[in-house]
Design a protein around this ligand. Structure first.
Ligand code: TRP
Length: 452
């Protein structure tokens, strides 16, 4: 029998899980959504969503994984054999694909910008040329596809090396580096003239700006950020060490991940204001602002490279966790070797992901193909983040809160956890009532059953 791999220490568990959480969500989605939905008030709602919805589901996923030591589908099959609960895992494998279709596309832009920064393309960048360079990229039928392929090749390479030699080694080396790089970028952004406006935009709370759409988006973002609702944390949990304190891991990861989002916001918004850009500029925000900030200043070229390098790290460690979901499933349930499972997953992602890449912009090759105003890229993002993740999260909350064996959960969650005895009653209360209610609302409103 094959022995199943696990991470080798608590530190490895932390960095791998943080590597999954920290990603384009922090550096790309969080700033542009906070920009679009009006700053501080959105941020507060987001924090509440992390605590009351994100963390409870995260712990539930850790439980499912570590208790069963199986992939997302196998874990539920083991705890509830012969029931439809295993489709939580099936939805998860599908969601991993959908997310990767557009995520690998944006990651491709990041790799390309890293390459451009190294080549010196931004040496004399102006606001107009920053916009023009991004505009040219998203309508090109070749460049973004090539970089998407590069991204997927890197991800495949890491995953083929395995859980310890691939995922663990890469995340343990790169996550600390990411923190150093992001702080260096912050120090520069915060000393720009006019930076204070950006800081106050991020932190000033104005509830008047808060719409129902903003609340729903915050909840969706919290899920996306913590890699929840599709079995990613079930899969990683299945590699956790047996004595890891799951409460502590969950709390540390959520806290550090939020810190990275804030640090990214602090690098981006001061720049936006210092240069008079539009904070609600949308998905291109990062790509148009960052080259501007770091151009025309001493050591700017180095910082610019540092920034895109850290974004590439974040994207890559998140993608390996996404692709690990189908890889673990295919190799454990369908009997594929690990390498074959990786290659098959990546091939499917590339084939369909091209559709996302070529439909980002109205002017892209497939930009004209839209349904209800959305192209492929937007549909993949919308269906996964707004429908599948909340649905998956809801089902996980219901399974853990109402179906699974409570004593078993208590045993697993209190292993190695001094705080567990105090937190468990609160945990079950939130998971049974608060989390499903909130998730049900977001799900029903995403599919249009209720209008908020
Ligand atoms: N959390 C990552 C980010 O913020 C993305 C991610 C990785 C993810 N694994 C996931 C999102 C699983 C949803 C589900 O970029």
């Amino acid at each position: 029998m094959k022995t199943r791999e696990t991470f080798s220490s608590g530190l490895a568990v932390f960095f791998a899980t943080l590597g999954s959480a920290v990603g384009l969500g922090n550096i790309w989605k969080f700033p542009y959504l906070t920009g679009q939905y009006g700053g501080g008030a959105f941020l507060l709602v987001y924090l509440a969503c992390i605590v009351f919805v994100g963390l409870p589901v995260m712990l539930g996923e850790f439980y499912l994984g570590r208790r069963t030591r199986r992939n997302a589908v196998g874990a539920l099959e083991k705890l509830a054999p012969g029931t439809p609960w295993k489709h939580i895992g099936t939805i998860g494998v599908a969601a991993a694909g959908l997310i990767m279709f557009f995520y690998s596309s944006v990651a491709g832009w990041v790799y390309y910008y890293l390459f451009k920064a190294l080549r010196g393309d931004f040496a004399a960048v102006t606001m107009e040329s920053a916009k023009a360079q991004f505009g040219a990229l998203v309508v090109s039928p070749v460049t973004p596809v090539v970089w998407q392929a590069v991204v997927l090749a890197v991800v495949a390479g890491i995953l083929i090396m395995g859980v310890k030699k691939g995922i663990e080694r890469i995340t343990k080396t790169l996550m600390p580096l990411l923190f150093v790089l992001i702080i260096a970028c912050d120090l520069r952004a915060l000393t720009l003239p006019g930076a204070a406006d950006g800081v106050s935009f991020l932190f000033a709370v104005d509830f008047g700006k808060l719409s129902a759409a903003a609340v729903l988006t915050a909840l969706g973002l919290a899920f996306f950020k913590l890699s929840l609702g599709m079995g990613c944390m079930i899969t990683y949990g299945s590699y956790f060490t047996h004595d890891n304190d799951l409460f502590a891991t969950g709390a540390k990861v959520a806290l550090s991940d939020t810190l990275v989002s804030l640090l990214a916001g602090l690098a981006i918004f001061p720049t936006v204001f210092a240069f008079g850009l539009e904070p609600g500029a949308g998905p291109g925000l990062l790509f148009m602002t960052i080259p501007l900030v770091f151009s025309q200043m001493p050591f700017g070229a180095i910082l610019l490279t540092a920034f895109f390098f850290l974004a590439a790290i974040a994207a890559t460690t998140a993608m390996i966790s996404l692709v690990e979901v189908p890889v673990a499933y295919l190799s454990e349930e369908k009997g594929l070797t690990r390498s074959r499972a990786v290659l098959l997953s990546v091939a499917v992602i590339f084939a369909v992901g091209i559709l996302a890449t070529l439909s980002v912009d109205k002017g892209s090759l497939l930009g004209g193909y839209t349904l209800m105003g959305r192209g492929f890229f937007d549909w993949f993002d919308y269906i996964s983040s707004n429908i599948m993740l909340p649905l998956g999260g809801l089902l996980i909350a219901l399974f853990i809160g109402r179906f699974a064996d409570k004593a078993d959960i208590v045993r697993e969650l209190s292993a190695g956890s001094p705080a567990a005895a105090r937190l468990l009653p609160v945990y079950f209360f939130i998971l049974r009532y608060v989390t499903p209610a909130l998730l049900l609302v977001i799900f029903l409103s995403s599919v249009g059953v209720i209008k908020l």
